[in-house]
Each structure stands twice: as C-alpha cells, then as structure tokens.
Ligand binder design. Structure first.
Ligand code: SF4
Length: 425
C-alpha cells in the first residue's frame, strides 16, 4: 500500500530566509517524486490581494521567494519559471501580481508572471473528466515539466469551509469554463481539473491563516506552520486535520480520495515535521470557518433556501457576499433593507414586500407574488454580478466597490481580455 509523507513544520515569520530553512527541512522528509527540472510552473493563490481590503487571503511573496530559492538550489537544467495565475471577481491578475508583491519578485528573480486572461492558452483533453471533457489552461501550464502549488491556508465557504491545494485548481481555468459546473458539481469539477494540473510539490503558506469570512476579504491570525507534500490529496487531508475538520466531509477531498488521486485514508499518510498536530489544532480551534447555512446568516434579510442546495453555487456565493460585507463593512449589515432573498427553487408562498431572486433556479419558484422582484441571473451568478446588482438595485456598496477596483474590473479587465483574445488568434 502506497504511503504519502506530509511535513508540518514550524515557521512563524514572513522572512524568506526562515521560510527557506523550513522548506529545506520539509524536503528532508518529503522526497520529490519527479526531477525539479525543465519548464517549471508555480501556482500561488492570488484570487484577490488589495492593500486595504484583501490583506490576508493570498499567498505571501516571501513564501514564493523561498520556493524560488529552492529551485535555484535544487533545480537542474531549469529552462523557465512561470508564475501562472487567474484572479477572481473579474479584476485583472496583473493588479493582483502588483498588490501582492510579485512584481517586485519578478525584478529580483528570473521569472515570468503569466496572467491567464491576457496570455497564451492551450486546450487540454481530460480523459478522466466527469463534467469537463477538455479545459483551456495557460500555455506554460500545459507545457510544464514540474508544477508547484503554493496555496494559502484559509477557509472558504464555497467549499464547505476549507480551501487548499485541490481547490487551487479553479484558478487554472478562466471565463466560462471557470463558472461552468460551479454549483453542486463543484467537487467533481475540482477533481476533473487535477488531470490538467496535478502538482508535483505543494508548499502551503500557513504562517498566518485567513479565516471566518469571505475568501478574499476575511481577516487572519497566526498559525506558524509551513506544510509540504508531493500529493495534493494527502496535503489537504492533513491541513483539514490541522483545522479540526474531517476531510471525508469536504466533498471535493472525498471525491479525490474516491477517484484514486491520493490516499484513501489517514492510515496511508505519514505526518512528519517539528510542529505537533495537536498544538496546531489548539491554535486553529479559535478560528471559525464561517461556513453555515446561508439562511442562518444574521442580517435583516429573510433568506429562504430552496433546491438544489449549491454550496459551490448560489448558496455559497451569496453567503460569501454577506461575509464580504461583515468582514470589512459590518455597519452596513444593519442598514440592509427588509426583503426576502430566495436562493434556489422553492414552493413556499412568498408574496409580501420586496423579493430578491438569486440565480436561475430561484426565478423558477412558482409561488412568488410580489410587484417588487429583483432577479440576479446566472447559474450561478458571479461574485461580480452580485456585487454590482446589490449596488445598483439596493445601493448596498460592498467593500470591494472602490474606484481602483471599478476601473480595474470594468475598464482594464475587458482590455486585457481583448489582448488575450488577440494573442490566441
Ligand atoms: S441557479 Fe444556483 S441553485 Fe440553481 S443550479 Fe445554478 S447554482 Fe445551483
């Protein structure tokens, strides 16, 4: 029976020297299964970074710098190093590279920053895909020899409270492919994408952890660990344990276990390193994931949850929007108008006052009688759509509604997409 090593090592400072030491200690216990050579691709988590309102939920550059030093030490015949990313919320990845400090890294190391929406892409056929038969990924990703994931240790209400190496794969696809099946099929989609981007090395930034709210805007707390592994499933199972979560109850991890991408149980995992799991658990026990049924979120909205239950879709994305407000503008929660928000299709009779229908299924609810209905379309609606519609329909300005991000999302982003379209002609 194959066993998988996962190293959990202490590292308490965002100092590249300290992180590099911790990483080298990790690689004494976790042996690389493939040579660190040729075209190397690094995928961090830069879904959103902003100096004022998204300060904790991304991979810090000091950790990526330690990985770059490792490549310098251990790499053989390295031809190229690409840092590939696609940010979230329909803003430019170039801005995330800048705000997260990766432009500065690119000045000091021989790397290329590849923003997926404006760079060359390739189609990859998925022979084992269940909801995707093929996907379009960044060309360096398709042509790589070695892939390194550097996730952030953080919670995410779209994936039952945990985001890690497997979920990082959502950032390897773009546009319609990214939102397709981003509903109750999300666990299957995440595992399908492994065929196109299964990392050879995973180094998780757990020096500080982001928790308790929206995946982009939530706050953080010290944990002081670096997690190193060569298998994404084993890595995520151990990280769940560090967060006092049961990985078999996280559907995308369960799906990956069942489809044979890693260990089927903890008996196949050997946890090494100088950080004791129970000590880390004692720290993270204070940090709530923020994952809850959306109708239980405390606010002035009356929220009705219908069918299907889409944690990765309407239910999770609307909960994520509520968390975004709570994270950075909690006073706004008290100014919410009285309305009934329907998520998913329901047979309940809803007839009084204002009604908000989130997603296509909610619009198919047969017993809604109100003259003041607002529909947010999509299956699911994107974060950007919810932020925009809640702003223009109810004057609820989410914290991410800022001039810099509006220009970025509505002016620069379309231009970058046009550039991407042209270079891929
Ligand atoms: S519209 Fe929303 S609730 Fe309906 S299937 Fe799509 S994501 Fe799920």
């Amino acid at each position: 029976m194959k066993t998988y090593a996962v190293h959990v090592g202490y590292c308490s400072q965002y100092d590249p020297d300290r992180v590099e030491e911790a990483l080298l200690r990790g690689l004494e216990n976790v042996r690389l299964e493939r040579p660190l050579t040729g075209r190397i691709v690094i995928k961090p988590n830069l879904v959103m970074a902003h100096p004022a309102i998204a300060t904790e939920g991304y991979t810090r550059p000091e950790v990526t710098e330690a990985v770059l030093r490792l490549i310098g030490r251990r790499g053989r015949s390295v031809r190229s190093i690409d840092i590939v990313e696609k940010s979230g919320l329909g803003v430019t990845t170039a801005s995330m590279f800048r705000w997260a400090g990766y432009r500065e890294l690119a000045r000091r190391y021989p790397i290329r920053l590849h923003a997926m929406e404006e760079g060359k892409k390739s189609v990859v056929v998925l022979n084992r895909g269940r909801v995707h038969r093929h996907v379009t990924v960044a060309r360096p990703m398709a042509e790589r020899d070695f892939l390194i994931f550097i996730p952030k240790l953080k919670t995410n209400v779209l994936s039952h409270g945990y985001s890690g190496a497997l979920k990082l794969n959502i950032g390897t696809v773009d546009g319609r492919e990214r939102i397709a099946h981003h509903h109750r099929d999300l666990p299957v989609k995440v595992v399908d994408l492994l065929e196109a981007a299964n990392p050879d090395l995973i180094v998780t930034d757990g020096i500080r952890m982001a928790f308790g709210g929206n995946q982009m805007t939530q706050g953080g707390g010290d944990v002081g660990v670096l997690v190193v592994s060569t298998n994404a499933v084993a890595h995520d199972m151990v990280c769940c344990r560090l967060l006092n979560l049961d990985p078999s109850r996280i559907p995308h991890i369960r799906e990956a276990m069942d489809r044979g991408y890693g260990p089927a149980s903890f008996s196949q995992i050997r946890i090494t390193g100088d950080a004791r799991v129970r000590d880390v658990q004692a720290v993270t026990r204070k940090y709530h994931s923020g994952f809850m049924p959306v109708e239980k979120f405390p606010c002035a909205f009356k929220i009705v949850s219908g069918e299907p239950l889409c944690i990765g879709g309407c239910h999770g994305i609307f909960l994520d929007w509520l968390h975004m407000v709570k994270d950075r503008k909690p006073k706004l929660l008290r100014r919410f108008p009285r309305l009934t928000a329907v998520i998913g299709k329901t047979d309940r009779r809803i007839g009084d006052g204002r009604v908000l229908l989130v997603g296509s299924c909610a619009s198919a609810s047969p017993n809604i009688r109100s003259k003041r209905i607002v529909r947010i379309k999509g299956c699911p609606p994107t974060h950007k759509r919810i932020v925009w519609d809640m702003m223009v329909r109810y004057f609820l300005l989410a914290p991410l509604v800022r001039p810099s991000l509006i220009i970025d999302g509505f002016v620069l982003y379309p231009l970058k997409k046009i550039k991407g379209w042209l270079v891929n002609l």
